[in-house]
Design a protein around this ligand. Structure first.
Ligand SMILES: Nc1ncnc2c1ncn2[C@@H]1O[C@H](COP(=O)(O)OP(=O)(O)OP(=O)(O)O)[C@@H](O)[C@H]1O
Ligand SMILES: [Mg+2]
Length: 480
């Protein structure tokens, strides 16, 4: 109960301090509070909006600038949304310094000084550092340790641009015409808070780690890079078979760097109503620029080159050319957009496509050591008796990270059918066997089924040219 009271009092103090201190802005509110009071209008105080001055010159003037309006009203509803407490008023009604106006429902602090003392007796550094508004208010207070300072709290606090509400506000404003519906089918936008993997959950090769480190540094120092005229940076191509972590790595990067994640599936472009396609490509890049800093992830990049080669509809080719031109025109340094392309079929990319990327990052199938590490990572929260990841890694040559996840899922579900939540090594061994059986079935399907879609992706290591030789590979390997 006391914890709830502390949560609610923190909320009451924060709304009160924030309402009075006009030097504070939305980035001084913890995300869970800010979400409650955000009223839309993406560039509310337009502080850092200036950096992208080159972009979107046509649409700037009509923008609403609202954001967060003072005073922040603390009611049962807002307090519940912000703190998760079911009955916020109940949690603090016993305290001597709180009051609730029956009519408006407003919860207030009748004795702010007393509330502050009560709060400071119970709060720890970590909590203060997660709330820049209160860190600013209390940093010089005698009972607060030196470890608490406003600058640190502000730096730790996620920027508003990483919040879903901010992204939604921007989208709502930007996509008001009816025909934009299609556009949103093409693009999926995720707030960093909605990504649940972090880079720590992924097992990367030293090469991949080095690339990520490099790009993180480049993002951090983009002003410097601009000043020395270095612009050819910030376009990565992730290359590798399905299930090797390309998408996950791009998303984890977004989460760890607090950047919105804008994902485009190129196959969607080609399936769209033709007249709109080129326009939609343009818009996609404009969305990315408006959301910047962000990551623009273009999946299935090979379909670009495929389209250019084939005798597709002229409108489609135009769209693809628009895409290539847009890629040329977007830049990490100028637009704060990190572009990441991904492909399972590097053999299908033409020179024009390769040329657009300044770094190629290889996502190979994991080797023994990586498989062992992946097994460690994905079983972190599981109970496994006599767990021996080495043996499983040994037995899973050729499986990807995504395959290993599937193996684990099978083992967990199997154990559940016996009402067990503790696994055994035996369960895992069985699940590996089942997986291989399943894999065989899948490959049988491939032989009969849709060759291009299924076969080529599964067998990237072979540099053979056509679909036919791939068919044979599968025929042989699964016909023993
Ligand atoms: N190296 C890895 N470490 C940890 N988990 C991994 C790794 N590789 C893949 N996974 C897991 O496998 C799943 C699928 O990975 P992901 O979707 O990123 O693969 P992908 O390379 O994008 O595949 P596709 O080419 O089919 O899009 C994810 O849940 C991811 O966490
Ligand atoms: Mg993917």
């Amino acid at each position: 109960m006391t914890d709830l009271a502390l949560d609610v009092v923190e909320f009451l103090l924060t709304t009160s301090v924030y309402s009075d201190d006009r030097s504070l802005d939305e980035n001084d509110l913890p995300p869970s509070y800010r979400r409650v009071f955000w009223t839309g209008g993406p560039e509310a105080d337009d502080e850092d909006g200036e950096s992208g001055s080159g972009s979107g010159s046509g649409s700037g003037s009509s923008r609403r600038t609202r954001g967060i309006e003072r005073p922040l009203s603390a009611t049962n509803t807002t307090a519940r949304q912000a703190t998760g407490a079911d009955q916020p008023w109940e949690a603090v009604s016993e305290l001597m310094f709180t009051d609730r106006d029956e009519f408006s429902g407003t919860i207030s602090l009748t004795e702010q000084g007393m509330a502050e003392r009560w709060f400071l007796e119970r709060v720890d550094d970590e909590r203060l550092l997660a709330n820049p508004t209160l860190a600013a208010h209390f940093e010089d207070h005698e009972s607060v340790s030196d470890a608490v300072d406003y600058e640190t709290a502000r730096e730790n606090n996620r920027p508003i641009q990483a919040d879903r509400v901010w992204i939604d506000g921007l989208l709502e404003e930007y996509f008001d015409e009816e025909d934009d519906e299609e556009m949103l089918d093409l693009v999926e936008i995720r707030a960093p808070e909605e990504v649940d993997l972090t880079l720590d959950d992924l097992v990367l090769t030293p090469d991949q780690e080095a690339e990520i480190e490099k790009i993180a540094k480049a993002i951090e120092h983009r002003d410097y890079l601009a000043s020395i005229g270095l612009r050819e940076i910030g376009k990565l191509l992730f290359v590798g078979p399905p299930g090797t972590g390309k998408t996950s790595t791009a998303q984890a990067l977004a989460r760890d760097m607090d950047l919105p994640f804008v994902e485009v599936k190129l196959s969607m472009i080609t399936s769209q109503y033709l007249g709109e396609t080129a326009k939609n490509v343009d818009k996609t890049f404009e969305v990315a620029k408006r959301l910047s800093p962000c990551i623009l992830f273009i999946d299935e990049f090979d379909s670009v080159a495929k389209t250019r080669r084939s005798d597709e509809h002229a409108a489609l080719k135009r769209a693809v050319n628009t895409l290539l031109k847009s890629i040329d025109n977007i830049s990490l340094i100028q637009d704060d957009v990190l572009l990441i392309g991904a492909t399972n079929h590097p053999d299908q990319l033409d020179a024009a496509a390769w040329r657009r990327f300044d770094e190629i990052v290889n996502f190979p199938k994991p080797d023994y050591g990586m498989r062992r590490d992946i097994l460690h990572v994905i079983t972190r929260a599981m109970d496994i008796d006599e767990f021996e990841p080495e043996a499983i890694a040994e037995a899973t040559e050729g499986l990807t990270g995504s395959d290993l996840r599937m193996v684990l899922r099978e083992a967990v579900l199997e154990a559940l059918t016996e009402n067990r939540t503790t696994l055994t090594q035996e369960d895992l061994v069985d699940a590996v066997e089942d997986f291989e059986e399943r894999d065989n079935l899948k490959n049988m399907d491939m032989i009969e089924g849709d060759h291009d879609a299924l076969v080529a992706g599964g067998d990237l290591g072979k540099a053979s040219d056509g679909g036919h030789s791939h068919d044979h590979d599968h025929d042989h390997s699964h016909d023993h």
